[in-house]
Every structure is written in C-alpha cells, then in structure tokens.
Design a protein. Sequence first.
Length: 183
Amino acid sequence: MDSQDVQADLKEILCTKEQIQERIEELAAQIDKDYEGRDLLIVGVLKGAVMVMADLARALHSHVTMDWMAVSSYGSGTQSSGVVRIIKDLETDLMGKHVLIVEDIIDSGLTLSWLKANLESRGPASVEIFTMFRKPEAAKVEIDVKYVGKDIPNEFVVGYGLDYAEKYRNLGFVGSLAPHVYA
Ligand SMILES: O=P(O)(O)OC[C@H]1O[C@H](OP(=O)(O)OP(=O)(O)O)[C@H](O)[C@@H]1O
Ligand SMILES: Nc1nc2[nH]cnc2c(=O)[nH]1
C-alpha cells in the first residue's frame, strides 16, 4: 500500500498530528501537577494505545513507570462485542500504586469500565483514565475519565494507533474512513 492509497481511503481528518501533539503536551503538564510527589504507573492498553503512550510518556517530566496490557473486545470489525478478554496481563503488582490507564479511544465505554474495575480489584492506591479520543454519543456505560484529549463524533475512526482490520495504525493523525473501504 503506498501513501496515495492511504489518503484515498480517508473521508475526513478529525484531528491533525499537530493538534494531537499540542493536546498531549497540555495534558502531560496537568498530569505532572496532579501527581506531584507521587509515583505513577502508566498502563498502556495494546495495541491501540502504543502511539499515545509513547508520546505522553515523553511529554511527562516526572518519574513514571510503564506497563502494558492487551485486551480485546472488537475482533476485526467496527462493533464492540462487549466481551472483554485479557490477552496479555500486567507484569506489575498494583498494590498501593497510583495507576493511570492510557487508552487511544473510548467508544461504548465497555472496555474501559471493565478494565478499570479489574485493576481496582488488585489493591492500587488509585486508578484513573487517560484517553486520547472519546465519542460521547456512543457511550453505553458511564465512566469517570480524568483526562480526555478530544471528544469526536460517533464515527469509526482510524490512525494514531487505531486500526481497521489492523491497517492505518501508523498514521500520525486521526480520520474517518471513506465508504469504499468497508465495501
Ligand atoms: O469503548 P469501547 O467500545 O469498549 O472501545 C474502546 C476499545 O476499542 C479499541 O480496542 P480494540 O478492541 O479495537 O483493540 P486494539 O487496541 O488492539 O485495536 C480501543 O483501543 C479500546 O480499547
Ligand atoms: N479503529 C477504531 N477502533 C475503535 N474501537 C472503538 N472505537 C473505535 C474506532 O472508532 N476506531
């Protein structure tokens, strides 16, 4: 697939590379302030959160430790199954730790509400959520999200870690897909 093919697959760009980076800098400054004097563990949710986790970690000025989980509720399509599976668990013991879950997107909220409850059951001092994107109109459950990069319309989006059938994760920006891609 060459770069021209990728552009032709996109309908609209919803957040540019520059907008993403600027927002991450703002939120990182807020996180540095909020967790001042406390050790923070940031937990990236694979695979989608790889990009935002890498950018957020580099934008933070405080000491943080990092770990990863892989969960899945989407399979290869565009609808959440609602059934969350742990594919890779954390290597860190969460007892007494301040944990910040880092996600690329909250859509129905089913993944994060399940994951937050799961991590809270492991005895941490606190569990909060950071998501780069959120679709307020798609919410099926209410979740308390402390840091939100940007609220976006209820459309399936790709780029900046987000895939469609494993493609488009490597784009630096986020956009919606042209209808012919689903055909
Ligand atoms: O709010 P929800 O409707 O539950 O959707 C959000 C979840 O969907 C995506 O993951 P996905 O299952 O596509 O896995 P991936 O990160 O490996 O692409 C995303 O990274 C979230 O984890
Ligand atoms: N790629 C992608 N994955 C998602 N998972 C939940 N919502 C979305 C979305 O809009 N795009």
